[in-house]
Design a protein around this ligand. Structure first.
Ligand code: AHR
Length: 660
């Protein structure tokens, strides 16, 4: 794939860099008249996976953890402070878990027994607490069936420290049949780690299930929807696609625990809860209370894609469990249901409402098709077992849906035997789009800006589906430091220069809860109230909101800028916005003066320079200083065809010039 000679030369030149190289004015040439390639609208997208509490406890705004008592320990997340299960008489009451006799997906409910006036309480701790804001409305909902005795009302209270009440509502149950109740109430005080307390009036028994609490103010004000601030951060990226639901979560640690999209659509109470595979994956970051409620399921992912103006890109199990775990295989004779899942998904997304799965979509409120164009088979599988299974999917999908673009995988690494083998075999199969994953050091990213320069222009296209620079020796949010982001930007000029081959790219993972993360670095960090974009986020945003429509050339003495003297560059034209955008990344600690000559079209005399910079490579954003590294803008003069600018040390720059 790569020409090793060119690669090594680039490396040697680069290896001089990241130092204090100071040089004379660089003369760069941009040719606006010649479109080298179309920049795909999908060029910069989003990779979403429910890792680090990204879905339950994050994007999905549900505040009650284990709302339907389905965790392995069915009362996990719930406390009964006044209840002594060992006491027969002197007990305020108790919640016992029962199984429905006739339910296949929602297995459990809680039967509450309340004894006379002894103050039985049931308290939910939320996802590392519940973020409650003064003056905001919250919707409580639950299913209940009255039993023996006389429980006349349930009181729901948000409580803070020392059980201070932050808002409450009282609901009267009315029937012995299962019924859903809901009520909206206002919070009177702000608290990051509130809890939900349920207390009871009267005594007797009542069955409860699906006890749920959402802020009323969600993204697009959808009832029981998504967290508004988090979706806004995604929206601001203007992503070309949304890949979901992962990542390894697609594969499962075992086949039985793989992600099954059919279990994530339809009424929420019927979506069968599943353990989250990141739950106990890392011993040093144990999260045993991490499950998937699937309140954010495939319908919601499609809807979110639509909201964001992004192409939906679902990835499905190919019949291999995560090869870092069990690597369990579905035998070839038993693969058919897995292929059928893929075919049915296309019907769910695109089929007419007269088809069985199109009808499910319609019943969920979306009769119009979602216009699915891509589907992924397997996440980062490797070896002959993958190729053998992938081929079965590809044959069937091409037969039934010849226009769907199929994403295949090249394993977890950007090189090595499995990677080379995967590519070779997928080329033989004439695959459409191959997903590559790389989590590497910042140096690697700077050294690999030429990675795609020698890829076959006539082979499969590339989906750089998961990548992030991982600085060594730090952990958590600190890994999202400026060195990592700057190095990714340098690398991304290489992605852009190769836009004829690279059609989709996405940083991974996307989100992390500051108190419940398993994997870092991540693009966005959040707590129960706030969220901020990392420097890496602003790099992604700078590229994705300035992606252009056509790749044009930028050279120095006829050569692309791939790190010579610490300078990286790419250029695009946007035919719709009628502008040229030149991206320049200076990875040196010295400033650089560049004189750019732009030929081929007349230019406006005013340009804008958008810059991300910091003199400290360890600098980061944080909850306290969320925009420490974020874009600044200045006006720049254009003299005829020429623009002179000074690039700050350690800076990422987008020079935007309107065409006349
Ligand atoms: O992004 C985190 C994980 O990294 C993904 O789940 C997996 O595909 C990769 O190994």
């Amino acid at each position: 794939m790569k020409n090793p000679l060119i690669f090594n030369l680039a490396f040697c030149v680069f290896a001089l860099g990241f130092t204090n190289t100071y040089s004379q004015i660089k003369k760069l040439d941009v040719d606006i008249s010649n479109s080298i390639a179309e920049i795909q609208p999908t060029m910069y997208g989003i990779f979403f996976e429910d890792i680090n509490f990204a879905a339950d406890g994050g994007l999905y705004a549900e505040m009650v953890k284990n709302r339907s008592f389905e965790f392995y320990e069915p009362k996990m997340g719930w406390a009964e402070p006044n209840s002594d299960r060992h006491s027969l008489n002197n007990n305020s009451g108790i919640a016992r878990i029962f199984k429905y006799s006739d339910s296949t997906s929602n297995h459990n409910f809680a039967r509450i027994t309340v004894n006379d006036e002894q103050g039985y309480e049931l308290i939910n701790e939320g996802y590392r607490g519940m973020g409650v804001k003064e003056g905001e409305n919250y919707r409580i909902s639950f299913m209940a069936a009255q039993g023996d005795g006389n429980i006349t009302a349930l009181k729901f209270q948000l409580i803070g420290e020392n059980a201070e009440v932050l808002g409450e509502t009282r609901i009267t149950p009315t029937t012995a049949d299962w019924k859903t109740y809901d009520s909206v109430f206002r919070a009177t005080k702000t608290e990051e780690k509130a809890k939900l307390k349920i207390s009871f009036e009267g005594s007797g028994k009542i069955d409860l299930d699906m006890i749920s609490l959402f802020p009323e103010d969600t993204w697009k004000n959808r009832k029981n929807g998504l967290r508004k601030d988090l979706v806004q951060l995604l929206y601001d990226l203007d992503p070309g696609f949304l890949r979901f639901p992962g990542g390894c979560i697609v594969e499962g640690r075992t086949i039985a625990k793989r992600y099954q999209w059919k279990q994530t659509v339809g009424p929420v109470q019927e979506r069968e809860m599943q353990v989250n595979r990141w739950n106990t994956e890392f011993r040093h970051k144990f999260t045993p209370d991490y499950f998937q409620s699937f309140g954010l399921g495939f319908f919601e992912y499609f809807q979110l894609s639509e909201d964001l103006g992004a192409e939906p890109l679902p990835i499905l199990s190919c019949g291999i469990a995560c090869q870092y775990n069990t690597g369990e295989l579905v035998s070839m004779e038993d693969l058919d249901p897995y292929v059928q899942d893929a075919l049915d998904l296309i019907e769910f997304a695109n089929g007419s409402v007269d088809t069985p799965w199109g009808k499910v979509r319609r019943d969920m409120g979306h009769p119009e098709p979602f216009n699915l164009k891509y589907i992924g088979v397997g996440n980062e599988q490797w070896g002959p077992e993958y190729i053998e299974r992938y081929k079965v999917f590809q044959d069937r999908l091409r037969e039934e849906y010849p226009n769907i673009i199929i994403v295949s995988g090249s394993g977890p690494s950007p090189d090595g035997d499995y990677f080379e083998y995967g590519w070779e075999e997928l080329v033989k199969l004439d695959a459409d789009l191959i997903d590559e994953h790389y989590y590497r050091s910042p140096e690697w990213f700077r050294e690999n800006a030429t990675r795609y320069d020698n890829y076959d222009r006539n082979g499969p296209k590339v989906f750089a589906g998961e990548y992030a620079a991982h600085p060594k020796g730090v952990d958590g949010p600190k890994e999202n430091n400026w060195e990592a982001a700057l190095s990714e930007a340098a690398f991304m000029t290489g992605l852009e220069r190769n836009a004829d081959v690279v059609h989709l790219t996405s940083y991974a993972p996307l989100m992390a809860h500051k108190d419940a993360w398993q994997w870092a670095p991540d693009l966005i960090w959040f707590d129960n109230f706030n969220a901020y974009g990392t420097p890496n986020y602003y790099v992604q945003k700078l590229f994705s909101t300035n992606s252009g429509t056509d790749l044009i050339s930028i050279t120095q003495d006829g050569s692309a800028l791939t790190g010579q003297e610490d300078l990286f560059a790419s250029a695009v034209k946007d035919s719709d916005k009628k502008e040229v955008i030149v991206k320049l990344v200076n990875t040196s600690k010295m400033p650089k003066e560049v004189k750019i000559q732009l030929n081929g079209q007349k230019l406006n005399s005013n340009a804008t320079l958008v810059t991300l910079k910091n003199s400290d490579l360890t600098a980061e954003n944080s909850f306290e200083s969320p925009k420490n590294i974020s874009p600044s803008e200045e006006k720049v003069k254009v003299n005829g065809r020429n623009v002179s600018i000074k690039l700050a040390p350690y800076s990422v720059n987008a020079l935007k010039i309107k065409l006349r």
